[in-house]
Structures are given as structure tokens and as C-alpha cells.
Design a protein around this ligand. Structure first.
Ligand SMILES: [Zn+2]
Ligand SMILES: [Zn+2]
Length: 246
């Protein structure tokens, strides 16, 4: 009886839908005020011109000058450039977790919108021929039910009007968890896991790899190497979030 009463109330007074990013109450069909405010702050963030990771809070580096983080000053990457919509913390981190681990696929268009906006601010990204999501191995795909990077890539491709393919870059087997490994160990863990199924699709092309998070850069690097070995011209990366460097 009580549940019937509740149902009736829901019909008469529908509860306001939750904010897709944080689950809090929202106004209208957008995100909640807290999430919108935090997202607006991403425009003020300073990032490395090469890998796209963000500077630490309170950094004194002037915003106008393009600059490189400590890692990028010391070493080269196989990719040209990576950009991320915002730092991997706060509401963005919450949203990615809800999307990836709680299976809230409805978050994908919101994240993809932020990513497409980030890409459209980057002059080099106008020359992209093809978007490729970082693949999941079959076993992981079966467990999770979807590839978060593939959903983001589809949406971004639609927004940027660029072709997307989920069948070019493949991952044959899942690697052991990367967390806690040193960078060298991560690289050897990942080496050879990515495969290009159809090199004709990438030869001479500028590719943009889509992923949810950029942290150490090992996934982006090893995927880039596979694409370049298959004849890709330049490889770029676009992620929803990236870590900070200090
Ligand atoms: Zn929110
Ligand atoms: Zn960097």
C-alpha cells in the first residue's frame, strides 16, 4: 500500500532527476550548480603543452606561456600531444567512476561534450582523420558490458563530425592491474597488448586515441607505438581527465 502511495506521489510530483556527475539534485536538464562551477574552473587550469597533465594547485607558472612538465622536459613520447578536459579529481573523478564502475552510461554524452570542447580549442586537432577508442580485451568487455572509451569516442565523433572505429585498434588480452607498478614495469606489462587489425585504416592518417583518464601515459604510449608501427602518421590523445604534476 505504502509503495503504491509512493508511486502515485511520483506521478503527481516527479522527483527532480539526479545530477549525472555527482548524483546530487539538479536544476533543469543540466548538471547541478556545484558540478557546473567546478567545470567552469577547468578553463583556468594550466597544463603541459605536450602530455596535457595539469599543474599542481597554486602553481606560479604564467598561463599565457606554453610549457612542458618535468617528465616531458626529460623524455620524448611516441604521441604528438594529449589533451584532457579537466583534472582527475573532484566531480570529474566522481563522474568517471560512476560511468565506468557503476555503469551509468548516461554520463557519456556529458563527458564527451567536455572532451569535444577541449579538442575544438586545440589547433593541431583540426587535422584528425580518425578517432580510435582505447580497446578493452574481450574478457573485460564481457564483465563490464561496455567499453567506456568506445562510448565516449562515438559521441565525440558525432560532435566533431569525425569518423570513429572500434575495430581497428584491438587488445588481445587483459593485463594485470597497473596500479602500484613502476613506469618501466607498466610499460613492459603493456608492451605488445595492442594490435592494429587493419593497417590500411591507419596508414598515413592522423589518429586521435580516446580514453577516459591519462595518468602515467603508458596506455597512450603503447597504443601509439602499435598505430605508428602500422603506418599511422601522427597520433594524438584526448581524455576526459588527466593527473596533475608537481
Ligand atoms: Zn553534480
Ligand atoms: Zn608533460
Amino acid at each position: 500500500m505504502l509503495s503504491l502511495w509512493k508511486e502515485l506521489l511520483n506521478i503527481v510530483f516527479p522527483p527532480s532527476a539526479d545530477c549525472p556527475f555527482c548524483g546530487g539534485a539538479r536544476q533543469g536538464k543540466d548538471l547541478c550548480g556545484r558540478c557546473l562551477t567546478e567545470i567552469k574552473g577547468y578553463h583556468e587550469e594550466i597544463y603541459c603543452s605536450r602530455c596535457g597533465r595539469f599543474t599542481g594547485k597554486g602553481s606560479v607558472i604564467p598561463k599565457a606561456a606554453g610549457h612542458f612538465c618535468f617528465t616531458c622536459r626529460k623524455q620524448d613520447w611516441p604521441f604528438e600531444q594529449v589533451r584532457a578536459a579537466g583534472p582527475y579529481e573532484g566531480v570529474l573523478k566522481e563522474a568517471i567512476h560512476r560511468f565506468k564502475y557503476l555503469g551509468r552510461r548516461g554520463i557519456s554524452p556529458y563527458l564527451a561534450g567536455l572532451m569535444a570542447e577541449t579538442a575544438s580549442r586545440e589547433p593541431l586537432f583540426t587535422a584528425i582523420d580518425l578517432l580510435l577508442p582505447v580497446p578493452l580485451a574481450d574478457e573485460k568487455l564481457r564483465i563490464r558490458g561496455f567499453n567506456q572509451a568506445a562510448l565516449l569516442a562515438e559521441e565525440i565523433g558525432r560532435l566533431l563530425q569525425a569518423p570513429v572505429s572500434g575495430r581497428v585498434l584491438l587488445k588481445d588480452h587483459e593485463t594485470s592491474p597497473q596500479a602500484g607498478l613502476t613506469r618501466t614495469a607498466r610499460e613492459s606489462n603493456l608492451s605488445g597488448v595492442f594490435r592494429v587489425a587493419n593497417s590500411n585504416a591507419v596508414q598515413g592518417k592522423n589518429i586521435m586515441i580516446i580514453d577516459d583518464v591519462f595518468t602515467t601515459g603508458c596506455t597512450m604510449s603503447t597504443a601509439t607505438i602499435a598505430l605508428r608501427d602500422a603506418g599511422a602518421r601522427h597520433v594524438f590523445g584526448l581524455t576526459a581527465a588527466a593527473g596533475r604534476y608537481f
